[in-house]
Structures are given as structure tokens and as C-alpha cells.
Design a protein around this ligand. Sequence first.
Ligand SMILES: Cc1cc2nc3c(=O)[nH]c(=O)nc-3n(C[C@H](O)[C@H](O)[C@H](O)COP(=O)(O)OP(=O)(O)OC[C@H]3O[C@@H](n4cnc5c(N)ncnc54)[C@H](O)[C@@H]3O)c2cc1C
Length: 628
Amino acid sequence: MEQFDVVVVGAGHAGCEAAAAAANMGSSVLLVTMNMGVIAQMSCNPAMGGVGKGQIVREIDALGGFSGIVSDLSTVQFRMLNKSKGPAMWSPRSQNDRQLFAHIWREKLESIPQVHFRQDTVTGVLVDKDPSGKTRITGVKTGLGTHVGCKAVVLTNGTFLSAVMHIGEKQFGGGRAGEKAAHGITEQLAELGFVSGRMKTGTPPRVDGRSIDYSVLEEQKGDEQPGKFSFSEETTLPKRQLSCWITHTNSEVHDILRSGFDRSPMFNGRIQGQGPRYCPSIEDKINRFSDKESHQIFVEPEGWNTVETYINGFSTSLPEEVQTAALQKLPGFANARIFRPGYAVEYDYFPPTQVTHTLETKLVEGLYFAGQINGTTGYEEAACQGLMAGINAHLRIKEKEPFTLGRDQAYIGVLVDDLITKGTDEPYRMFTSRAEFRILLRQDNADQRLTPLSHQIGLASNARMLRVEQKSKYTKDLSLALCSESVSPEIANPQIVPRGTEAIKQKVKLNSLLLRPQLGYVDIEAIAPQITDLAHGFGALREEVAEQVEIQMKYQGYIQKERDLAERLVRLEHVPLPAEMPYAQLNSLSIEARQKLSNVQPQTIGQASRISGISPADISVLLIYLGR
Ligand SMILES: Cc1cc2nc3c(=O)[nH]c(=O)nc-3n(C[C@H](O)[C@H](O)[C@H](O)COP(=O)(O)OP(=O)(O)OC[C@H]3O[C@@H](n4cnc5c(N)ncnc54)[C@H](O)[C@@H]3O)c2cc1C
């Protein structure tokens, strides 16, 4: 039997990151996927990032994953969302060339010698029971009858497990348009004691761009000075961009959609799985918000060299003729021709309270779950889980300490902790509001937060680490210079007064001017040539360093407050809860707490405190039991 260190099942966003991470750290990896023609497929919209998600892509990049680099190399439009709000909310988003994205991911994987590929369907895992009764992974079996041996398996089956697609009254087995469903794994895992559930997601129709009248649509251009995701020098800023477009639904569109409700699998009970609350179908939107007369629809290009267009906001599983008729009532769409109809897909997932912080399952040693299989939705959420599972599968095999991230360290830490502690019964999507320390977890400082940690475990390269060290040094140098250099009223006032801030009456330190809300770092350079000279020496890092210094100085008070709070909570994180805690016998705990703690088996007091339904009184009981 062929042997590998790690077998990754599925080459979606989670699987690609898992395979790359484990292999780049030194494991031999077999990536088994049903169809090698669709590696790293963007199943739904061709876009990466967005609110809460853009932060995750930057964190993946800082840790040495590839999603940021691949996004940059396939960007057709870049926008920094929420720029009018504080920097904790700034969220990068790219529109991507769908085919290029997939093509570059495959190239990246093929460039890693330790990643091996196999087109096949995994139908089950191979396990062994040791004398103590522990179940351990030993390999996988496939649809072609092959057995492959390994020390760890990462399951990233996405929307494919026992999947059923719906368009109106039609139903087909399949995980994505044109692709088969995967059978066998859910049934076998259930035999091993796992619990599964059912979820649903949907996608809008793709339209022939030649049939759209863009002259009546509102144009949405990319940023004038576009950014990028990757902190590395492997990618450059976009030189050209495509526009997206905006149109709106109206009462005619709504009436046509309503006429198909009796044939909608959403409303006639054929779809049982829970759908994504924050990405509802158009029929769900007009049903739930019946008083709303119009919904915004984004018309997005699918790539540089195609007329295919993605109709963002029009996700639907209504009959195809209803989709066409409704679409043709949108302004600019009178002659619209559909390339591919929208559809919904229902699939199995495994409630994520069955995995630990490393994403290893509690029931089977060496078996990891990552991505949509854990009840999440979105490429970014999947990719970061794949990265964490790949890293930990490798570390486990090498008998090294696991690698986990706290809620105060990364959005990835928030996501994993939410999943494993609270579980989820609807597709989980990241938002900035899920992170209690979002002023610390900004997209701009992901490299400084995470690259040193990843370098320590052998994933982030020396070149990346060096760049972060340089950035930190330059940031310090610039801050010191701003705090020590002064400017006179004669030089400062002609520049600052027109900005709407008060004139200064005597010499002041430059940093005191930067604290004024009307002034930015560019104003300081304009009045302090010595600062410009210093900044010249930062080379390619000049803009990043200036941004860092400006954010750190302007938001210093808030940042410090969150840091203090985070430190206090981290102390609770360091109070471990023994694996054999007799929760059921602790009568002072509420019945709900006894059940939930036994179920989740939190590893620390901090984790226990975040389980929904666990009260401060329950935490006191645990602390008293532990003698604290
Ligand atoms: C129709 C549709 C609509 C969606 N809509 C949205 C949306 O609106 N918003 C949003 O954020 N996300 C949406 N998504 C979800 C998004 O595509 C996923 O969150 C993301 O792709 C999950 O990544 P993943 O790596 O977990 O799985 P996937 O990207 O689904 O990849 C799974 C991979 O595993 C392979 N595979 C599965 N089972 C096996 C097996 N047994 N053996 C071998 N290979 C296997 C598949 O071939 C595939 O390559 C949608 C997905 C679909 C299909």
C-alpha cells in the first residue's frame, strides 16, 4: 500500500491550503480530489475578501499560505471596503478572474515537490483501534478501490457530501453544477460515532455579458490606488482593472419571482438544510423583507477574457424560466441570456464541536476536518481552516507542539474558537463584529502579528520574516523621529491651517500634529523634510510603514485599552481544564452547563466561558473545583 504522511481529501480552498502548508513544512502529501480539472474552483462569486474576510486572507498570507498571492495574481478589481470608518473596519476585497485563480493555485501546488496528486473519490477512512480503545487514522479508501496509507487525513469535502442540487422542481445528485456528489464518508463517520447535519447554499445565474445594456447601469470602479493582499514581494499592485456595475430589482421582478414560489424548493419543503443567513437567495429576500421595494444587484465580470457575468445578489433556485423572466425585468437586462442558471445545493456537514482547536477530531486521532465540512461558508473561512489543519497534521506527525491562535491574535483564532466552542447550525460566515479585539486584529498588521509565529514553526520563509523585521524597525524609527522632531509655526501653519485645524503658536513635536483628526502623515512629510529623507530609506516599505505609524499613533488609546483587556482574558485562557473533568457530578453547575461542558470538553476556563449558556456562576464553580 502506498504511504504518505498526510492525505488531503478535496482540492477546494481548504484542501489546497492544507496540502501546501503540510508539504511546505516537510510532510509528503497526497491530494486526492474528484476532478483534477477543477482544483481551487470558486464555486460561487469570483471574489476574495470583503468585510471580515479580507482580514482572514491577509492573515493566511502572513502565515505563509497562498490564498493572498493567488488572489493578487488573478485580481481584476481591488477595493478597500469601509475606508470611511476606522482602520479596524478596513477590509480588502478583490474581484478575480475565476479561471486564472484556479489555474494559478494549481501551478503553485505543482511547484511544491512534496505535493502529489490523485484524481479519485475517497469513500472512507481507514482506522485502527489501539489496546486502550483509541481510534487512530491509518489511511483512506477510494472509489477506484485503492487503499492509501498515511498518518493523518484532512477532510475538506466542501459542499459535496451526499449533496443534492435543486432548480425549481428538478433535483440532481451533485456537489456543484456539473460535478458528482461524494457518498460513503458520512455513513462511515456516523458508524464511528460522528454526528452530521444538513446545510444549504445557493448561487445566482451567470449571464452573457453581450446581452446586458451597461449604459443604464451604475458603474463601480476599483480603487484609484488599488492595494493587494499579499505582504510578500511575490505580487505587485494591479496595473489595470475592470469595472463592476450596479442595478436594482423592482416590483415587476418581485412579482415574477413570487409567481414561482409554489415551485420553489425553498418554500415547498424539499430543501431541509439551513441556508446562509447573510447571503440569502433573492426569493428569500423578497419573502422576508416584503415591504422592501428594491434590492441592489451587483453585475460582476468573471474574468479578463470572458463575457460571462456574475449576478451578485440574485442567488436563486427557482425554475429556470422564472429566473430568466425575472432577470429580464432588471434595468439593463431586457435581452439578457443566461449561460448557467442559479441553483441551490444541500450537503452534509459535521457540527464543529466535534473537533479541537487544531481541527483534529475528538473521536479519531489524526483525522482533521477543515472548511465547509465544519459548517462554514466562504472561500476565506475554508482556506484558513485548511491552513491550520495542514499545519497541525504535519506537527502531529513530527510529534511537535500543536499550533493554535487565540482570539486576541487573529480572526482565524476567533473563527476556530467560535466553531469548536459554540458550534453552528447555520453556515458560519466571518464578520468584524465576531472579533472582540478587532482594533488589534487589523488587516494592515497581520504580518506583524502572525509571520513571526509561522516562521517559528517552519512555514513562513526567511524572506518573509526579514521583511516583517524591517517593517517593524522602520516603524519604530519613524515613530521615534516624529516624537523627537519639532516644527515651527512659520513652517507648519501654511500647510495645516488650510486643512481646517488650528494654527500652532509655538514649536511643537510632529507627533502632536499627527494626532489631530484633520491631519494625516502626508501633511507631516510636507512640513518636515527630515522625515521625508528618513522615509526615503524605507524603500518599497515606505507606504506600509507610514500607514502603520499613522494608525498606531492616532489610535494608540484604543489599541492600548484592547491590549489590556486581551491580557486579562488571556490569563483565563491559561487555566487548563483537565480532560477528565467530572462535569456531570458537579452539582453546583446548572444542568445546562453540565451537559454543554461534557459535550464540548473545553480545554481552558477561557474556552468554557465562551460556550453559550455557561454563566459566570458556572465559571466560579469550575475555578473553585480547580482550587483557584
Ligand atoms: C452553489 C454554491 C453556492 C455557494 N454560495 C456561496 C455564497 O453565497 N457565499 C459564500 O461565502 N460561499 C458560497 N459557497 C461556498 C463556497 O464555495 C465554499 O464555502 C468554499 O468553496 C468551501 O471550500 P472547501 O474547500 O471547504 O470546499 P469546496 O470548495 O467545495 O471544495 C471541495 C473539494 O473537495 C472535493 N471532494 C469532495 N468530496 C470528495 C471526495 N470524497 N473525494 C475526493 N474529493 C472530494 C471536491 O471535488 C472539491 O474539489 C457556495 C458554494 C456552492 C457550491
